[in-house]
Design a protein around this ligand. Structure first.
Ligand SMILES: [Zn+2]
Length: 408
């Protein structure tokens, strides 16, 4: 797949590092270079409905070529790369017919198949890495290239029937702010797929339910010399509260499907204290149980420190996208079918965190995350394997074809 590889290399060479410390959208000017290139490449492919707004969200429409109406679906990827290691001046290296040995790159970077549970299985295949001094940016330019190559396929093969497909490229995914300014009203999709996964076959349709709780402690202050029996110290109250959180339900003591409490931030002085606790679980009922537990602990602290007041206020951050997927069951069914038709063995993974897809699901469009063929993200050891990128591209094509046969 020369086309797919060339596209990927072309996009990877463009610096698009985002910056969490900037409040602009996009957070960095450099992301425009790729966004504008994609805009012009889509134009060249004959796409007429392209909207690149001033905040760097590119939404383009591949119009339906059928008489019958089919559901509109979306394909999404992000153009930025993580700031953890340099993403400037990326020089993709193509290792054809990979010999299965350690890949030695510049600057002492070595990708060891022995330490990497996947690399070894791709002996004889085409592996792409950086030159060792930067990340590669397969996260998520592999996804961008796969979507763009699929669009090209449909524009070059007008006999292949498809419904309307919305192509969505977003900035700043890596900063966690990628969906803050998302122009939701512009999308008509009933279901969307994020091409932003990793290992072949990996499909993520679940993430945490995430709540934060703000706990406020009110003490009662008096001169310390006269404090006996009268001072109610908010610092002591807040630390008692934290020490009562169950250690077995902390991020450092859990994995897989177990959820947790995480005391994240505390500001305290004699008169008042403020504590932020993150609550995470794949089951909403478990989050609700923990909110109740926090309220019980608040009452306990009030009982321990007469005269002190404790209040708990919970805020929803995002929900497990599974709840949204279930509303459009064919969206996941088609995805598994499309990947199988591309020769892929699929696995359903859960994400102990959130995704842009989860945010989009919150906005009413279920959005699972699909593998792209990249590995070791956010590091100089990042690599991608062309055969998986190809399967991801084929999965996208199959998906669009499957949806063309669906009823509105
Ligand atoms: Zn990504």
């Amino acid at each position: 797949m020369k086309e797919l590889l060339e596209r990927f290399v072309r996009y990877a060479e463009i610096t698009t590092t985002s910056d969490v410390h900037n409040d602009t959208c996009p957070t960095t000017e450099c992301q425009w270079n790729l966004l504008r290139l994609l805009e012009s490449e889509l134009e060249e492919l004959g796409i007429t409905d392209i909207d690149l707004n001033e905040q760097g969200y590119l939404i383009a429409r591949l119009e339906s070529n059928m008489e019958k109406e089919a559901p509109v679906i979306g394909l999404m990827a992000h153009v930025d790369t993580a700031a953890d290691v340099s993403g400037t001046d990326v020089k993709p290296q193509i290792h054809e017919n990979y010999d299965g040995k350690p890949i030695v790159l510049k600057g002492g970077t070595v990708i060891e198949p022995a330490d990497d549970k996947h690399l070894g299985q791709y002996k004889g295949e085409t592996i792409i890495t950086s030159d060792g001094t930067t990340l590669l940016g397969a996260d998520d330019k592999a996804g961008v290239a796969e979507i763009m190559t699929a669009v090209k396929y449909f524009t070059e093969n007008p006999d292949v029937k498809h419904g309307t497909v919305e192509i969505v490229f977003t900035p700043d995914e890596e900063t966690g702010k990628g969906m803050d300014h998302f122009p939701r009203e512009k999308l008509k999709s009933v279901f969307c797929y994020t091409l932003d996964g990793g290992e072949e076959g990996e499909i993520d349709s679940e993430c945490f339910n995430a709540y934060s709780a703000e706990i406020n402690f009110e003490g009662s202050v008096i001169h310390l010399g006269d404090a006996r029996g009268r001072l109610v110290n908010a610092v002591t109250m807040a630390s008692s509260f934290v020490s009562m959180l169950p250690q077995a339900e902390s991020p450092e003591a859990t994995d897989d499907r177990f959820g947790y409490y995480c005391p994240l931030e505390m500001k305290a002085q004699l008169s008042k204290a403020e504590l932020v606790v993150y609550l995470r679980d794949f089951e909403l009922t478990e989050v609700e149980r923990r909110i109740e537990a926090l309220k019980t602990l608040a009452s306990a602290v009030e009982a321990m420190y007469p005269g002190g007041k404790v209040s708990v206020k919970e805020n929803k951050q995002y929900l497990n996208m599974r709840e949204h997927m279930d509303k459009v069951p064919k969206g996941m069914n088609y995805l598994f079918q499309a990947a199988e038709q591309a020769g892929v063995v699929t696995t359903s993974e859960i994400i102990r965190g959130g995704t842009d897809g989860a945010r989009l699901a919150e906005m009413g469009i279920p959005t699972p995350n699909v593998f792209t063929g990249g590995h070791n993200y956010h590091s100089k050891n990042e690599w991608a394997v062309l055969s998986t990128m190809e399967k991801s591209y084929k999965t996208v094509i199959n998906l669009v074809k499957l949806w063309a046969g669906a009823d509105v």
